[in-house]
Design a protein around this ligand. Structure first.
Ligand SMILES: [Zn+2]
Length: 238
């Protein structure tokens, strides 16, 4: 069982960030269309913007762990990986003011090894995959149309899916220097809310269901169509 046909879910990685107010404007767009998304937050960004973390939660979205810092899972040894996972959880729970529940995790790019997966599962996590990549994280504002079209085409090919987009950008520390070099480059996420609205309008027009509650999310586990069902009872907020 996978994501039911014609159902599309949105997920956002590497936030929250406030440069250009991307996360806040994204929340406005999602609220306008009554869509619940999953936000995979970096612990270090959650510490910077706790008010955004609480807003994401208060508006009915799922808060998920993306690790403390931007480091890719395949670049970490076991101890570093566990530390990054648990430190991310502590930072996000600290910003929320309560323990995150359910515990959803996705590493950068969705790549991890089986030992890392076991560590996550042992820590009570459900691994969330990526099924539709827009590659927006390496794109700047000039590529908005291209990313919007690419995303819609992927969805059309699959008949639905779980879209990965980015309201933040990997490496909070490096971002400021990159932004100074290239103000409208890939480290500027301010165009993402507009792109998301265009994607929503196009998909609604094509008859996709974007408003299905993630409580009933059936997540596609990997590229080989091996599916993991996230049980409804696990996706209930305290
Ligand atoms: Zn990431």
């Amino acid at each position: 069982m996978g994501i039911p046909p014609s159902v599309v879910y949105f997920s956002f990685d590497d936030g929250p960030e406030s440069h250009g107010g991307a996360t806040a404007r994204l929340l406005d767009v999602l609220q306008k269309y009554q869509i619940r998304a999953i936000f995979f937050l970096l612990g270090e960004n959650a510490e910077q913007y706790p008010e955004l973390v609480r807003r994401i939660h208060d508006e009915g979205h799922y808060i998920a762990n993306h690790g403390y810092s931007e480091k890719h899972a395949y670049k970490m040894n076991d101890d570093e990986f566990r530390d990054n996972l648990l430190r991310g959880e502590a930072a996000i729970s600290g910003a929320l003011g309560f323990e995150m529940n359910p515990k959803l995790y996705r590493p950068h790019g969705g790549f991890y090894n089986s030992r890392q997966e076991k560590m996550c599962v042992d820590a009570g996590y459900i691994m969330v995959p990526v099924t539709v990549r827009a590659y927006d994280a390496v794109a700047g504002a000039a590529e908005q149309n291209n990313i919007v079209n690419k995303t819609i085409n992927f969805i059309e090919k699959r008949g639905g899916g779980l879209i990965l987009l980015h309201d933040g950008r990997d490496s909070y520390s490096r971002r400021e220097t990159e932004l100074a070099k290239s103000p409208n480059g890939a480290f500027n996420r301010s165009w993402i809310p507009d792109a998301v609205e265009e994607i929503i309008i196009a998909l609604l027009d094509k008859g996709y269901n974007l408003n299905q509650d993630i409580m009933f999310l059936h997540l596609i586990y990997d590229e080989n169509e091996h599916f993991a069902l996230v049980k409804t009872k696990k996706i209930v907020k305290k």
